[in-house]
Design a protein around this ligand. Sequence first.
Ligand code: AMP
Length: 207
Amino acid sequence: MKIVLIGPQFSGKGTLARMMERELGLVQISTGDLFRENIKNGTALGKEAETYMNKGVLVPLPLTLSILKEKLKGEECKNGFVLDGFPRNLDQANALEDIVKIDTVILLDAPRDVIMRRCLGRRTCSKCGEIYNTSTYDKPTCKKCGSPLFQRDDDNLDSIKVRLEVYEKETTPLINFYADRLFVVDGSKTPEETFESVKNFLMEKTK
Ligand code: AMP
């Protein structure tokens, strides 16, 4: 199955996508992670993307599309994937239609107060990418692999404000665009509850 996840920052897209990969065998494709990997490896693409990411604005479409297309070519994506963080506007959604047919779009809906509560507490494992929040886990190392956790460079108040504005303006029109294949799930619940709702929905759909 080919799935797109949409939702504001800190609604839990990354956490849900990782659970879907682990439990349902759908490959997680996060354009943000792909950019961060390039930044870490010092590639030219990473250097260019970083200038936009640090400001909290979208990386231009040609660059984003090139990184996504490369990933989709991989054999592991043939059996299905979860796109986490792409598309983020109508231009990207239209470009995606030309590449692949998306079966289902999951909207993770979370109110502003939940997002603001979560935003400065996010920590990510430097090795396996597991995501935590200091409100529920405040140790400096990953529960799963023991590696150090870090706070993303763009998880600061200035960047978060811009990113939420970009989401409102550019990404929310996708809710109408995908109205024919949209499933809305409450992103303010625990990761396990959210995953359970999504799993039940997908099981019903594939019956
Ligand atoms: P994320 O990890 O999804 O929060 O993305 C972090 C940053 O990467 C965003 O603020 C953008 O600068 C960039 N980015 C990720 N996905 C996209 C995309 N689909 N289009 C453009 N920029 C993106």
